[in-house]
Design a protein around this ligand. Structure first.
Ligand code: PGA
Length: 249
C-alpha cells in the first residue's frame, strides 16, 4: 500500500503568530485519517511549527534547501540545519523555484541527491507549462523532468521520494487538471518509473497531484487509482478548507 499524503505548501505566507494560530486551529480540527498530513511553513517559522505540533501527527516540511553540506552560500539553508531542527521532509523543484529562481533539473538533481542521502523525505515537484500541454508536449516534458532530475538515483533512494505532479497552468489559477487528466499523467509517470527501474519501485512511490485542489474537487481527484494525495497551496492556508481536503482522501 502506498502512503496517502496531503501536504500544505504555505509558500511565503503567515508570520509567526499566524503560523501558530493556523496550526492550533488545524490541530483542533484534524480528522482521523489514514493519510500522512504535512505542512510546510516558511523557514523562519519551522521551529515554532515543530513546537506547536508537539504530540500531533501533523508533520513539518521545509519548502526548499541547498545541496551543499555547508559553506559560502549566503541566504541558503542546508539539509543538516533542517535535520538538526527536527525537519526531515523537504519540498524541492516547486514550479515557483523553477520560474523565479532559475532552478533547473540539473540543479535540482543535486538537491535531490543530497536530500535522499541525508534520508529526508523528498517531495519532488514537476509539471508542464500551458504551452507544453497545448502543443501536446506534456508527456515528453514530464518524462524529461523525471529523467534529468531523478533517474541517476539508485533504486533504493526511491524509498525517500514522493512525487508531486503540478501542471504549472493549474497552480494558483483556479484551473485544475480534470481528474481524468491527472490520472492519465500519474499513470504515465508510474509507467516511466517502472521502465527506468522496476514495477515495485514505481508501485511504491506516492504521486501527489497539485494545482488548485480545493474542498470541492479534492474527492474526485483523490479517487483516481494513481493519485495518492495532494500538494495544496492556497487552500492549505485556511484550516477548514485543508481539513475538508484531508477528509476527501
Ligand atoms: P495551489 O498551489 O493549490 O494554490 O494551486 C499548489 C502548489 O503550488 O503547490
Amino acid at each position: 500500500m502506498r502512503t496517502k499524503i496531503v501536504a500544505g505548501n504555505w509558500k511565503m505566507n503567515k508570520n509567526l503568530e499566524e503560523t501558530e494560530a493556523l496550526l492550533s486551529e488545524l490541530s483542533a480540527m484534524l480528522p482521523d485519517s489514514t493519510a500522512e498530513v504535512i505542512v510546510a511553513p516558511t523557514f523562519v517559522n519551522l521551529q515554532a511549527a515543530l513546537a506547536a505540533l508537539q504530540g500531533s501527527t501533523i508533520k513539518v516540511s521545509a519548502q526548499n534547501m541547498h545541496f551543499a553540506e555547508s559553506g559560502a552560500y549566503t541566504g541558503e539553508i542546508s539539509a543538516d540545519m533542517l535535520l538538526n531542527l527536527g525537519v526531515d521532509i523537504v519540498i524541492l523543484g516547486h514550479s515557483e523555484r523553477r520560474a523565479y529562481f532559475g532552478e533547473d533539473d540539473a540543479f535540482l538533481a543535486k538537491k535531490v541527491k543530497t536530500a535522499v542521502e541525508k534520508g529526508m523525505k523528498t517531495i519532488f515537484c514537476f509539471g508542464e507549462e500551458l504551452e507544453d500541454r497545448k502543443s501536446d508536449n506534456h508527456f515528453a516534458v514530464v518524462e524529461s523532468q523525471l529523467k534529468n532530475a531523478l533517474f541517476d538515483l539508485d533504486a533504493s533512494a526511491w524509498q525517500h521520494i514522493v512525487l508531486a505532479y503540478e501542471p504549472v497552468w493549474a497552480i494558483g489559477t483556479g484551473e485544475t487538471a480534470s481528474p481524468e487528466q491527472a490520472q492519465e499523467m500519474h499513470a504515465f509517470i508510474r509507467k516511466t518509473i517502472s521502465d527506468a527501474y522496476t514495477s515495485s519501485v514505481a508501485d511504491g512511490v506516492s504521486i501527489l497531484y497539485g494545482g488548485s485542489v480545493k474542498p470541492g474537487n479534492a474527492a474526485e481527484i483523490f479517487s483516481k487509482p494513481d493519485v495518492d494525495g495532494g500538494l495544496i497551496g492556497g487552500a492549505s492556508l485556511v484550516a477548514a478548507d485543508f481539513v475538508e481536503i484531508i477528509k476527501a482522501i
